[in-house]
Ligand binder design. Structure first.
Ligand code: MG
Length: 287
């Protein structure tokens, strides 16, 4: 185990309960529901200790298996992605390592949660691929900060799948449409607070499709580590509380395999990051 446990064990899940979406703290097989008034913007401004101190009663403790788990964030002001940020992935695409982080975006409307279905319009794409990634959740707003200051602006981490329509991505010449179809940003299953997880310690990241390992690396293999990404982005634009950064995918995506593999109906994609959890999404394919 290479992740750190400097603080309390805080895993934050967003659940669908009677009355709407509500955040909760996962402890083993139970969830302690947090105040229903707590918004995602307010949540990411809190320290782990402050989250633990939020009021709750015995009726707020429910079994994890009885609640529907949603994407941990529904309304980030932006989802910013880093391309070609693992050496083996840059190499498999035949491209040089970028001199600065390669930025693209996914629209927030592409977010889905754990166990939700990945689908796409069959008239738009017939070449859909997986990209397992570590996702950073911004806490305090950041503008023009240094890498050393970056940790103070990171609320936590979750798991993402940067689902990609390769035919659209490559024919457009820029990537936003091919990365932003509805359901193309699975996130979850929960957020681990930043005091609990150090990506530079080298947590294992692994993507399985139908149980077969397709991608396997460690989070310390990023060309640009999280602190440099957050700093660099903040020199270009303001990072808002709750913004999500997808940090790049390791080698082993479907498009560059020999022969290439495309996702289709009946497939199941699982992305696991050691110390965070596993994000599972079934694929229903073109509709
Ligand atoms: Mg990606």
């Amino acid at each position: 185990m290479t992740t750190t446990t400097k603080g309390v064990n805080v895993r934050i899940v967003r659940t669908q309960v009677a009355g709407g979406a509500r955040y909760g703290l996962v402890e083993g097989t139970s969830v302690t529901l947090l105040p229903s008034s707590l918004s995602e913007r307010e949540l990411v401004g809190l320290k782990p200790k402050e989250i633990l101190d939020l009021d709750h009663g015995p009726e707020d403790v429910v079994a994890l298996e009885t609640v529907a788990v949603l994407a941990p964030l529904a309304k980030p002001s932006k989802i910013i992605c880093v391309g070609l940020n693992y050496r083996d992935h840059a190499t498999e695409t035949g491209q040089d390592f970028p001199p600065t982080p390669l930025i693209f975006a996914k629209f927030p409307s592409s977010i889905i949660g754990p166990d939700e279905e990945i689908s796409w319009p069959s008239e738009i794409t017939s070449s859909v691929d997986w990209e397992g990634e570590l996702a950073v959740v911004i806490g305090r707003a950041a503008r023009d900060i240094t890498p050393a200051e970056a940790p103070d602006h990171v609320f936590g981490y979750t798991v993402a799948n940067d689902v990609s329509a390769r035919d659209v991505q490559f024919s457009d010449g820029q990537w936003v449409r091919g990365k932003s179809l509805d359901s193309f940003c699975p996130l979850g299953p929960w957020i681990v607070t930043a005091d609990e997880f150090d990506p530079e310690a080298g947590a294992a990241i692994r993507t399985r499709v139908n149980g077969e390992v397709m991608q396997e690396s460690r989070t310390d293999q990023l060309i640009f580590p999280v602190s440099e990404i957050v700093s660099w982005f903040s020199t270009q634009f303001t990072l808002n509380p709750g913004d999500v950064i997808l940090t790049g995918t390791p080698g082993g995506v479907g498009a560059f395999r020999e022969p290439p593999i495309r996702l289709g109906a009946g497939d199941v994609v699982e992305v696991t990051i050691e110390g965070i959890g596993t994000l599972v999404n079934p694929v229903v394919g073109g509709q």
